[in-house]
Write a protein that binds this ligand. Structure first.
Ligand code: URP
Ligand code: ZN
Ligand code: ZN
Length: 473
C-alpha cells in the first residue's frame, strides 16, 4: 500500500494545534506524531504549512432543477470546486420529484455516482407526506442517508403543513433520522409577493422585502416547538436572522437537541447588495438581511450557539446567455437573467462551495471573529459529527480517512471568478484579498489538488453511508 509522510506541518484540528507529522497508508491516516520514520514512503515537507482535516459541507445543491433552469454546477464541477477550496465531503439534497422516495433517490444516485469527485452523502427533501411515504421512510436508514429536510415555505411546492411536519418528526424520532428545517413563513411570503407584483415592485431587493426576518424567526421557533413536542432532534439550516439565533439559544438552554447552521452569505452581505444593479447575483432563499443580523450570527458562532457553517451552494449564471469556458468547452446555462424585470423569476441560489474555507479563514479567523480551532470545528468536525461521518471524516486521527488539506498561510490571492472553480460567470467575493489558501488537497490519500492543478476525476468520490441515530453536539 502506498505510504505518504507529511512532515513537520502545523497540525490544526477542532481542539489542538501542534507541529507534527502525518503518515498516510493507502486511504487512511496511519499515524500522527513527531519524527515518524521515513521508510518506504513518499515524503512531503510541510514545514511552515498548516494541515487541517478536509472541509465537510453539509448543504449543497448540485444539478438541481429550478423553474426553467438547473443549478449550474453538477456533481463533477461542484465537487471539483469544493476540492480546490479545501472541502472533501459534501452533502446534497435529493428532490422528491418522483412518486416514491426510492425512485427519487435512484434518480439522484444516477446523476451523482458517475460524476462524484469528492466524497458525498445525501439528505432527502420531504416535500410530500402521507401514509405511504411514512412507510417508505425506513428506506433512508437502509440506504445510509438518515436525514430529511422539511419546509415551512415554498407553498404549493415544497412546504408541509405543521401537522405533517409534526407527524414526520415523530417518525424521524422513531427511525433515528435527523430533521432539517427550512424556516420561513410561506403564507406571509405568498401575500407579500402578490402585493409587491400588483404594485409594480419588481427589483431584486423585493425578494428580501417579501420574505421578512420575522417569518424566519417565528417558523424557527415553531420548528423547535414541534421538535420538542415530538421528541425529535432538529437541525435548522441556513440561519440568516438575529432572532433565529435567539430562538436556537432558547431551545438549547432548555436542553433540546437542536443544532444550527449558517452560511457565509448571511455573515458578509446585506439587503444593500440586492439594491445594486447586479443585485440578482445575491438572490437566495432565505434572503440576506442586515448588518445587525450578520453580527448576531457571528456572535452565535463565536459563543457556540450555532454549530456548523455550510454554503447552501446553488449557483446560477448571472448572464446565462453568454457562454464561459469550462475545462476547454463553452458552456452557458440559463441563470439570473431569467428574472430581469421580475424578481420572482430569478433562480434562487448562490455559488459558494469553494469559497467557504478561504473566505472564512480570512474574514472570520484572521479578522478575529472566530478562533482557528472554531474554524475547523464549524466547517469540518462538527458537520461530520452531527451527520454521522465522524471520525471517518472531520478528524486528523489514526484510522480516519486521509482527507487532508495543506494550507499556505502566507499565500496571497486576489480572489474572484477567475480563481474560484465554480461553473458560473461570477463570484460574490470578487476582488477580496486573501492571505492564506489551500495548496494541496488529499482525498482518501490521493492528491487531487496540487498547487492549482487538478488531479481528481469523475468517479473518484464515494457515497459515504451514514448510520441512523442522532448525534447532538
Ligand atoms: O436559494 C436557495 N438557497 N436555493 C436552494 C434551496 C434551499 O432552500 O436551500
Ligand atoms: Zn432551504
Ligand atoms: Zn439549500
Amino acid at each position: 500500500m502506498k505510504k505518504i509522510l507529511i512532515r513537520n506541518g502545523n497540525i490544526l484540528t477542532a481542539s489542538e494545534n501542534f507541529i507534527g507529522d502525518i503518515l498516510i497508508e493507502g486511504e487512511k491516516i496511519k499515524a500522527i506524531g513527531s519524527s515518524l520514520p521515513e521508510t518506504d514512503c513518499e515524503v512531503i515537507d510541510a514545514s511552515g504549512l498548516t494541515l487541517m482535516p478536509g472541509g465537510v459541507d453539509p448543504h449543497t445543491h448540485f444539478d438541481l432543477p429550478m423553474g426553467k433552469t438547473v443549478s449550474s454546477d453538477d456533481h463533477y464541477s461542484g465537487h471539483k470546486a469544493a476540492a480546490f477550496g479545501g472541502t472533501t465531503s459534501v452533502m446534497d439534497f435529493v428532490s422528491f420529484d418522483r412518486p416514491t422516495l426510492e425512485e427519487s433517490i435512484t434518480l439522484w444516485q444516477e446523476k451523482a455516482y458517475p460524476k462524484a469527485a469528492v466524497d458525498f452523502s445525501f439528505h432527502m427533501n420531504l416535500s410530500k407526506w402521507n401514509e405511504e411515504i411514512k412507510k417508505e421512510l425506513s428506506l433512508l436508514v437502509k440506504w445510509g442517508m438518515p436525514s430529511i429536510k422539511v419546509f415551512t415555505s415554498y407553498n404549493g411546492r415544497l412546504r408541509l403543513q405543521d401537522g405533517e411536519i409534526f407527524s414526520a418528526m415523530q417518525q424521524a424520532k422513531e427511525l433515528g433520522l435527523l430533521t432539517l428545517l427550512h424556516a420561513e413563513n410561506g403564507d406571509v411570503i405568498e401575500i407579500l409577493t402578490r402585493e409587491a407584483l400588483d404594485r409594480g415592485h419588481l427589483s431584486p431587493e423585493w425578494h428580501a422585502l417579501t420574505r421578512p426576518a420575522w417569518g424566519a424567526v417565528e417558523s424557527t421557533l415553531r420548528g423547535i416547538a414541534l421538535a420538542a413536542q415530538s421528541g425529535a432532534a432538529l437541525y435548522i439550516v441556513h440561519m440568516n436572522a438575529a432572532g433565529e439565533v435567539d430562538q436556537l439559544q432558547y431551545g438549547r438552554e432548555n436542553g433540546l437537541p437542536i443544532i444550527g447552521e449558517t452560511c457565509p452569505q448571511y455573515l458578509f452581505f446585506t439587503i444593500d447588495h440586492l439594491r445594486r444593479n447586479d443585485g440578482a447575483k445575491w438572490v437566495c432563499s432565505p434572503p440576506i438581511r442586515s448588518v445587525e443580523d450578520n453580527q448576531r450570527l457571528w456572535e452565535g458562532l463565536a459563543q457556540g450557539i450555532i454549530q456548523t457553517i455550510a454554503t447552501d451552494h446553488c449557483p446560477f449564471f448571472y448572464d446565462g446567455t453568454k457562454p464561459i469556458l469550462y475545462e476547454g468547452k463553452e458552456i452557458a446555462i440559463p441563470g439570473k437573467e431569467l428574472g430581469k424585470g421580475d424578481f420572482t423569476q430569478i433562480p434562487n441560489g448562490l455559488p459558494g462551495v469553494g469559497d467557504r474555507l478561504p473566505i472564512l479563514w480570512n474574514y472570520g479567523v484572521r479578522s478575529g471573529k472566530i478562533s482557528p480551532n472554531q474554524f475547523v470545528a464549524l466547517t469540518s468536525t462538527n458537520p461530520a459529527k452531527v451527520f454521522g461521518l465522524y471520525p471517518q471524516k472531520g478528524a486528523l486521527i489514526p484510522g480516519a480517512d486521509a482527507d487532508i488539506v495543506i494550507w499556505d498561510m502566507e499565500r496571497r490571492v486576489d480572489y474572484g471568478v477567475q480563481y474560484a472553480q465554480h461553473r458560473t460567470d461570477y463570484n460574490l467575493y470578487e476582488g477580496w484579498e486573501l492571505v492564506g489558501y489551500p495548496i494541496k488537497v488529499f482525498l482518501r490519500g490521493k492528491i487531487i489538488v496540487d498547487d492549482g492543478k487538478w488531479f481528481g476525476k469523475a468517479g473518484d468520490g464515494k457515497f459515504i453511508r451514514r448510520l441512523a441515530g442522532v448525534n447532538v453536539i
